[in-house]
Design a binder for this molecule. Structure first.
Ligand SMILES: [Zn+2]
Length: 197
């Protein structure tokens, strides 16, 4: 081990998704070789985001304000609720400028094989949000994968007794693929052509 601290930085960078050992090593050395100013900027930005950016208490979108800008925007459609897995899905859906309702971040998709069950998704928080609002439609914008399908099935059954339409995005997003990589026009069509579960 040539530098224990560099090794530690490399190991931390490897915790990031898609960063393997070699890339982590390259990034760690790059950060230390380039001006220290750049490394400090990154470290400060992480600290600042950790301090200010928290899940919104209503929809769980990561935000610097609580409620988040979407929950506090009264011009949005209060009858529509779009359920997503992650905050990044909201950024993606907002970028297509087609959806103007509210959101809810589930936090996980059900995956019994990985031990991810009902207690690992925000179902109680979702129940609370739904009981406090008057939604006419719940749109399930979840990845079409085994986990996504299991979650869609569970949520649609969970709300089957309530008088709320439950819809899902239309096909077009590749099975098992991340919504992020499906392309804007595909996602726009999938949203426009959503159908009842
Ligand atoms: Zn919110």
């Amino acid at each position: 081990m040539l530098s224990e601290s560099l090794n530690e930085l490399q190991k931390c960078l490897q915790l990031l998704p898609g960063i393997g050992e070699k890339t982590a090593q390259r990034l760690a050395i790059h950060l230390m070789n380039s001006s220290k100013h750049k490394a400090k900027l990154i470290a400060n930005a992480i600290n600042n985001a950790l301090e200010k950016c928290k899940p919104c208490s209503k929809c769980f979108l990561l935000s610097d304000t609580d409620p988040c800008p979407i929950c506090s925007d009264e011009s949005r459609d209060n009858g529509l609720l779009c359920i997503v897995e992650n905050s990044k899905d909201i950024y993606l859906l907002e970028s297509i400028k087609e959806y103007h309702g509210k959101y809810f971040v589930l936090g996980n998709l059900l995956s019994p094989i990985d031990g991810i069950g009902i207690n690992d998704i925000r179902i109680n928080e979702l129940d609370k949000l739904i009981s406090e609002n008057n939604f006419s439609e719940i749109i399930l914008a979840l990845t079409p994968s085994t986990e996504g399908e299991t979650t869609i099935q569970f949520i649609s059954e969970h709300f089957s007794v309530k008088n709320i339409a439950v819809t899902r995005l239309s096909t077009g997003i590749p099975y098992g693929g991340d919504m992020e990589y499906s392309g804007i026009s595909t996602l726009l069509n999938a949203l426009k052509r959503r159908y009842p579960v």
